[in-house]
Design a protein around this ligand. Structure first.
Ligand code: NAD
Length: 226
């Protein structure tokens, strides 16, 4: 499979290494920052470089795309690829808001191309072990999950609402929330209480959050983000 990468930052280096380990063909990379793109292409032996996703798609060589760019680009880049029939793995948080997420799902349904969100804890050995213990545990009535950065905090676009959409909840709480939902068998929410705030840093996004979700299987999840 010929795989393309949008973004050349921290996490796409990990995805590129994983794709190499799987024996996929690392075919192309996209970034408007050409120096960063050239270094990424060199490190992973990627032959084609593009400054926009549209230019990449016009060439028609990508058979799948990994979108690991700042959050505000997730929906437009994923939708462009899906419309071109290219399956997408998009990083979390899926999008800036629910409306964008719905548009992404619609694009996937219309084209038939697969859309996956990189909720990596669904593949984490500890989480998978815990999921296996479910039978032994019996009916789960409550989960408690914490998604925080410890001993360091984010900087740059992660702390700017126009690029990130949200702060600690969108960046870290989402891992705890999705992991709880995965462990409970992917129930749907019935009611949600959520409260976010910015207390510790001069960010224009939240640095603290609490969510309580009541699921349609009767369980309740308590999530903290920071
Ligand atoms: N699943 C996880 O555990 C996990 C871990 C880290 C990051 N992430 C997510 O991955 C995404 C990227 O995070 P990161 O830590 O790699 O950030 P990063 O800042 O290190 O990388 C972002 C990359 O996107 C590039 N970029 C910016 N505008 C672009 C454009 N128009 N076209 C193409 N590339 C462009 C930047 O130059 C940079 O290379 C975020 O959504 C983040 O939440 C997920």
């Amino acid at each position: 499979m010929k795989i393309a990468f949008a973004g050349t930052g921290y996490i796409n280096k990990i995805h590129a290494r994983s794709a190499q380990n799987l024996g996929l063909e690392l075919a192309a990379v996209v970034n408007h920052k050409v120096d960063s793109m050239a270094a990424f292409a060199k490190e992973f032996g990627i032959p084609r470089q593009y400054e926009t996703v549209e230019a990449l798609l016009n060439d028609g060589i990508a058979e799948a795309m990994v979108v690991s760019t700042p959050n505000y680009l997730h929906a437009p880049q994923a939708i462009a690829a899906l419309k071109a029939g290219v399956p997408v793995m998009v990083e979390k948080p899926m999008s800036m808001n629910a409306q964008e997420a719905e548009q992404m799902c619609e694009a996937a349904e219309r084209s038939g191309a697969l859309l996956m969100v990189a909720h990596c804890f669904r593949f984490d050995p500890d989480v998978l072990w815990l999921k296996e213990q479910r039978q032994k545990l019996g009916k789960i009535i409550r989960t408690k999950g914490i998604g925080v950065h410890t001993h360091w905090g984010p900087a740059g676009w992660f702390t700017q609402k126009e690029f990130a959409g949200g702060g600690a909840l969108a960046d870290m709480g989402i891992h705890a929330l999705d992991t709880a939902r995965f462990l409970l068998g992917d129930p749907q929410p019935i009611t949600v209480y959520a409260k976010i705030g910015t207390y510790y840093r001069d960010f224009d996004v939240d640095d603290t959050g609490v969510i309580i979700v009541e699921w349609d299987n009767g369980a309740i999840s308590y999530i903290e983000s920071g």
